[in-house]
Design a protein around this ligand. Structure first.
Ligand code: ATP
Ligand code: MG
Length: 910
C-alpha cells in the first residue's frame, strides 16, 4: 500500500496523477521475509504462507466505505466466484477498552445485512482486527474473510487458530481514524478502504485444493524442479508425512525462486543489509534445501528454475522478462559464492551439532551459530532450521551476544593491523638465506578457494614457526607458499578474507602486501593455532572482489573513452580501484565539460553493452611496447615480461600485427589487476564527479555495477520527491520541502549529468516558489499598508494606530509599513500585529516623533505587550519587533498595547 500512503495521509499534491484517484484495483507484489512481517520460518512447512505472494487490492480513497466494501466482497466471493457461503466466516473488531476503542458493531451488522448467518461472524482482537500503519497516522478496524476447506460443519472455532484448513483469504481494512502523537484517535475527514486478498489462497479455494501448492500456481514450477533435479513427483505431504523431506524442499525452492526473481527484478541485490540481506538469506536457505534434498550442485540451480517462472508470470509482470538475464546472473553469482562454503559449513555444523547432542544440550551455542555465520555465511535462520532437523534449538539473544563479543574483541586488533610493519630489505635477505621461494601468486587470477601451505609467521619484527604461546589477537603476517589473495598494487586495493583450517583455525586477512615477491597476509587469528608446514585453505572475499573487478575493468574502459573524447594527450596520473568506486586522475588542461562527460560515459557504456571479452597475456616488455596505442603509466617500472590486458581483441592478435592503427580504437593496457571476463558484467558505468586536483590534472570518480544502479535509484527517488514538491500547493510545507531538497541534492552522490539535470529542475521549482513568495509578500505588504492608511484616512487627526492586520505572520510586511511611517509620516506611531491565534503571531512597533519626543520608547511599549504574548523582541529605537510565543493570547495583547499607550498618554499628559 506504500504507493497510496500520501493519499491516506492527505499529503499528496493536488496536481499529482494519483490525487485524482477515487478507487483503484491492483495486484501487489508482497514480500514477507523479514522485518515486521516475516513468514519465512513457515515457508515449506505449511500450505498457505509464502515469502512472496500476490495481494489483490481494492481501494477506495474517500469514496465507497464499509457498507459497500462488505456487501461487494461478499457478492464477489459467493456470487461471482461461486464459493460456498456455508464455508465462509467473517470477523469484525471486538474493541479494545484499554485504549478506548469501541467494537465495530457497524461491520457486524453490515455482514448480517449482506446475508452472513450470525454463527459465521466472529469477533476478533486488536492483533487480527485493527490495522495501523505506524505509531501515528491513518488506522482503523478490519474485517477478515476466512474459508473452510473441509465444509459440512461449523468451523467458527477454528478461525484465526493457525488451522491450515481454515485460512484467511481476504482482509478488509477500514481506514477511519488518524492516530495522534498523544495516542488519541481523531476521525479522518475522508474515510478509505484498503482490502487485500491473497491470490494463492483464493486460487486454492477456487480449485478446491487443501493447499496453495497443489494449485496451478505452483505446478509448473514443480515440474521444472523435477526436470532439473530428477527428483520424485511432488505429493503435497507435510511434516512427518513428508518422510524424505522432498515435498518440503519442492515448496521451499518454488516459493524462494518467486521471491528472488521478483526482488531482483525490482532492483534488490543480495548483500548483508536490509532488503539485500533478505535476498541473500532466502537464496542460501533455498540453496541448502536444494543440495541436501535434491542432491543438486549449487552454482546455477535457481537460474535453471527461472525460465518456468518467467514463462508463467512474464506476461502479467513484464519486468521478469526484461530483467531475466540480470536475475540469472545475480542468482548464479550469489550461488557460486555460497557454494564455496556451503559444503564445509554443513560439515562444521554437523560437528557442532554432534558435540551439543553428546553433551546432552538441547541447543546449539550462540558462539557456534555466530561462527557458522561469520566463517561460512550461514544466515541465522538457516542454522536454526538445520538445528531443528537435529531437534536442537538456538537462542537468539545468545547469538547476538556472541556477535557483539567477537566484534568487540576484533576491533582493537583490526586497528593494530592497519599499521602492521612492512618487510624490510633485511627481512627479505633473511628469507632468501633461509631458502624460501617467492610466493606463487598466479592463483589470484583464478576463481574459488585455494589449498596452500604456511611457510612462516611474521610478528612485525621477526619470523617464527608457530603462533603457539602468542597472546590472543596479536597482529600477524602470514607467509604462504602460494596465494589467491590480491596484494595491493596498481591502484587496486588489497583483497580481504580468511585463511582456514576448517573448524580448527581461522585467520582473518585484513591486508595483503607484496615485498619483492614475498606476499604477506596480515591480520589476526580468530581462533586456533597455526604452525609452519600446515595446510590451509585461502579464501578471499569473493563478493568484495566482484565490484573491485568491475571497477578495475571499468577504469580501463573509461581510460580508453577519455582518450577518444578528450584526445591523445590524456595520460594516467593516478588511479584507485576499490569495492565502491573507481577514481582516475589524468592530465588534461581544461575542465571536462558536461557534454564531454556525457560522451565519455556513453562511450564507456557502449563498450559495456557490447559485452566484450577481456584478454590477458604475459608479453616480452619490448614487444608489448610496440603495440599501437597501448596505455602504460609514464615512469612506472614494469616487470619483464609484462601482463597485457586488452578488451575486445585477443592479445595474441595484437601481437601478430602490433602496428595496426586499428588497435588505437580499443583498450590495451599494462596491468596486473583482476578483471571481469566480459565487460557486460560491469552492467553500467556512471561518472559521479569531475574535478581538478592540481594544475592540468583532472579527477573522475565513477561507479559501476550495483553501485551504479544504487546511485541511479537514489537519483530516481530524489526526482520523484522533486515532482511531489513541485505538485504541492504553495504554502509553508512546500517552502520547507524546497529548502530540504536543496540540501539533499547537494549531498547526493549520483551521476554528474543527472545531478545537473536535477539542479536545473530544482532551480525552476525554486524560482516558482520564490516568485510566489515574493508576490504574496508584496500583496501582504500592500494589504497591511492599506489597512493602516485606511485608518488614518478616516481618523485624520489621530497620531497613532494599534491593531491586528489581516495578513499572515509576515515580518517583512510589518517592517515595510514601519519603514513607510518612519520615512513618510514620521509623526505617527503604529503598533502592528500580524498572524493568527491558531498559528503564529508577529508584532512590531514604530514610535513616531509625536510620542518619542515625549519620552515614549519602543522598548517600554513592546515589553508591556511581551508580558502577554510572550517571546523576545529586538530592534533599534524608535522601532522594535518580535514573535509572540503564545499566539492564543493575541487579542489580549492587542488590547494591552492600546491600554498601555492610553495610560502613558495620561501619565505624560500628551
Ligand atoms: P495470516 O494470519 O494467515 O498470516 P495475515 O493476517 O498476516 O494472514 P494480512 O496481513 O491481513 O494477512 O494480509 C491480507 C491477505 O494476504 C491475507 O488475507 C492472505 O490472504 C494473504 N496473505 C498474508 N500473508 C500471506 C503469506 N505469507 N502468503 C500468502 N498469502 C498471504
Ligand atoms: Mg501473517
Amino acid at each position: 500500500m506504500n504507493q497510496f500512503k500520501s493519499i491516506f495521509l492527505g499529503t499528496i499534491g493536488k496536481t499529482e496523477d494519483m490525487a485524482q484517484l477515487k478507487r483503484a484495483v491492483d495486484t501487489q507484489k508482497c514480500i514477507r521475509a523479514g522485518g515486521k512481517h516475516n513468514d519465512l520460518d513457515d515457508v515449506g512447512k505449511d500450505s498457505y504462507h509464502h515469502t512472496f505472494f500476490e495481494m489483490l487490492g481494492n481501494w477506495s480513497f474517500g469514496d465507497y466505505f464499509k457498507k459497500d466494501a462488505i456487501a461487494w466482497s461478499w457478492e464477489l466471493l459467493t456470487k461471482v466466484y461461486g464459493l460456498d457461503p456455508n464455508r465462509l466466516y467473517v470477523t469484525y473488531f471486538e474493541g479494545h477498552p484499554e485504549t478506548g476503542l469501541e467494537p465495530d458493531f457497524e461491520a457486524k451488522q453490515l455482514w448480517i445485512d449482506a446475508g452472513v448467518p450470525e454463527d459465521h461472524i466472529i469477533p476478533g482482537n486488536m492483533k487480527d482486527n485493527f490495522w495501523e500503519m505506524g505509531d501515528q497516522g491513518p488506522c482503523g478496524p478490519c474485517s477478515e474473510i476466512h474459508y473452510d476447506k473441509v465444509g459440512g460443519r461449523n468451523a467458527a472455532h477454528l478461525v484465526n487458530m493457525d488451522d491450515p484448513l481454515v485460512v484467511e483469504v481476504w482482509n478488509n481494512v477500514f481506514i477511519q481514524f488518524d492516530r495522534q502523537a498523544d495516542k488519541s484517535l481523531k476521525p479522518l475527514p475522508a474515510k478509505h478502504v484498503d482490502t487485500g486478498m491473497g491470490f494463492e489462497r483464493l486460487v486454492s479455494a477456487l480449485q478446491d485444493k487443501s493447499s496453495n501448492y497443489a494449485t496451478d500456481i505452483f505446478t509448473p514450477l514443480f515440474e521444472k524442479i523435477k526436470e532439473v533435479t530428477g527428483a520424485r513427483q511432488y505429493t503435497d505431504k507435510y511434516g512427518k508425512d513428508d518422510v524424505d523431506g522432498i515435498d518440503t524442499a519442492y515448496r521451499v525452492v518454488a516459493d524462494h525462486i518467486r521471491l528472488l526473481s521478483f526482488a531482483i527484478a525490482d532492483g534488490a541485490a543480495p548483500n548483508n543489509v536490509g532488503r539485500g540481506y533478505v535476498v541473500r538469506r532466502v537464496l542460501r536457505r533455498g540453496a541448502r534445501y536444494a543440495r541436501k534434498y535434491f542432491q543438486t550442485e549449487i552454482g546455477s540451480f535457481f537460474s535453471r528454475i527461472l525460465p518456468a517462472l518467467v514463462e508463467q508470470m512474464g506476461e502479467q509482470f513484464p519486468e521478469l522478462v526484461k530483467k531475466q538475464d540480470d536475475i540469472k546472473e545475480i542468482l548464479d553469482e550469489e550461488e557460486v559464492a555460497f557454494a564455496i562454503t556451503l559444503d564445509r559449513g554443513e560439515k562444521q555444523f554437523e560437528k557442532y551439532a554432534a558435540a551439543a547432542i553428546k553433551a546432552g544440550e538441547a541447543k546449539l551455542s550462540g558462539a557456534d551459530v555466530w561462527r557458522l555465520y561469520d566463517t561460512f555465511g550461514f544466515p541465522e535462520d538457516l542454522t536454526k532450521l538445520m538445528a531443528e532437523e537435529r531437534s536442537l534449538t538456538i537462542d537468539e539473544a545468545e547469538v547476538a551476544q556472541a556477535r557483539e563479543k567477537a566484534r568487540e574483541a576484533s576491533k582493537a586488533v583490526k586497528e593494530a593491523v592497519q599499521t602492521f610493519p612492512k618487510l624490510t630489505v633485511h627481512h627479505i635477505a633473511e628469507l632468501d638465506k633461509l631458502g624460501f621461494a617467492r610466493t606463487d601468486s598466479e592463483p589470484k587470477y583464478l576463481k574459488g578457494d585455494l589449498k596452500s601451505k604456511v611457510q612462516l609467521i611474521f610478528t612485525g619484527t621477526e619470523f617464527r614457526e608457530t603462533t603457539k604461546d602468542l597472546p590472543p589477537k596479536t597482529p600477524l603476517g602470514l607467509l604462504l607458499d602460494k596465494t589467491n589473495f590480491y596484494a595491493e598494487s596498481g591502484g587496486q586495493v588489497t583483497d580481504t578474507g580468511r585463511i582456514l583450517v576448517d573448524g580448527n583455525v581461522e585467520f582473518k586477512v585484513l591486508d595483503v602486501q607484496e615485498y619483492s615477491g614475498f606476499v604477506i597476509h596480515s591480520g589476526y587469528i580468530e581462533y586456533g593455532e597455526l604452525t609452519a608446514g600446515e595446510e590451509v585453505i585461502c579464501e578471499y572475499d569473493e563478493l568484495r572482489r566482484q565490484p573491485i573487478k568491475n571497477n578495475h575493468t571499468g577504469t580501463h574502459v573509461l581510460n580508453h573513452a577519455l582518450r577518444e573524447v578528450l584526445g591523445d594527450e590524456v595520460f594516467q596520473k593516478g588511479s584507485l580501484v576499490d569495492q565502491d568506486k573507481l577514481r582516475f586522475d589524468f592530465s588534461h588542461k581544461a575542465q571536462v565539460s558536461l557534454d564531454e562527460i556525457k560522451r565519455i560515459e556513453d562511450m564507456s557504456n557502449q563498450d559495456i553493452k557490447k559485452n566484450l571479452k577481456t584478454y590477458t597475456q604475459d608479453v616480452d616488455l619490448d614487444l608489448a611496447r610496440e603495440i599501437e596505442g597501448v596505455r602504460a603509466v609514464f615512469g612506472e617500472a614494469y616487470p619483464n615480461p609484462v601482463r597485457v590486458v586488452s578488451i575486445g581483441v585477443p592479445v595474441e592478435e595484437l601481437l601478430s600485427n602490433p602496428k595496426n592503427p586499428e588497435w588505437r580504437k580499443i583498450s590495451v593496457e599494462f596491468c596486473g589487476g583482476t578483471h571481469v571476463d566480459q565487460t557486460g558484467q560491469i552492467k553500467d558505468l556512471i561518472i559521479v564527479e569531475e574535478s581538478g586536483i592540481a594544475k592540468g590534472i583532472r579527477r573522475i570518480v565513477a561507479y559501476t555495477g550495483d553501485g551504479a544502479h544504487q546511485a541511479q535509484r537514489l537519483a530516481t527517488t530524489f526526482a520523484e520527491k522533486l515532482n511531489h514538491t513541485e505538485a504541492m500547493s504553495f504554502g509553508p510545507e512546500q517552502i520547507s520541502e524546497v529548502k530540504a531538497a536543496s540540501f539533499e541534492l547537494d549531498g547526493l552522490t549520483i551521476s554528474a549529468i543527472t545531478k545537473e539535470e536535477l539542479r536545473a529542475k530544482f532551480a525552476k521549482i525554486q524560482k516558482v516558489v520564490v516568485d510566489e513568495q515574493k508576490k504574496r509578500q508584496k500583496a501582504e505588504s500592500k494589504t497591511a499598508l492599506d489597512a493602516v492608511q485606511g485608518h488614518f484616512k478616516v481618523k485624520t487627526e489621530e497620531k497613532w494606530f494599534v491593531g491586528h492586520l489581516p495578513i499572515s505572520a509576515n515580518a517583512k510586511a510589518l517592517s515595510d509599513v514601519m519603514t513607510y511611517y518612519k520615512t513618510k509620516e514620521k509623526e505617527r506611531s503604529v503598533y502592528l500585529f500580524a498572524g493568527s491565534k491558531d498559528d503564529s503571531v508577529m508584532h512590531a512597533v514604530y514610535v513616531g516623533t509625536h510620542l518619542s519626543s515625549k519620552g515614549v520608547t519602543a522598548e517600554q511599549w513592546t515589553s508591556a505587550v511581551s508580558q502577554v504574548i510572550g517571546g523576545k523582541t529586538g530592534g533599534k529605537e524608535p522601532s522594535r519587533q518580535g514573535a509572540g510565543a503564545e499566539p492564543a493570547r493575541l487579542e489580549e495583547a492587542v488590547e494591552t498595547a492600546e491600554q498601555w499607550l492610553l495610560e502613558k498618554v495620561k501619565e505624560l499628559k500628551i
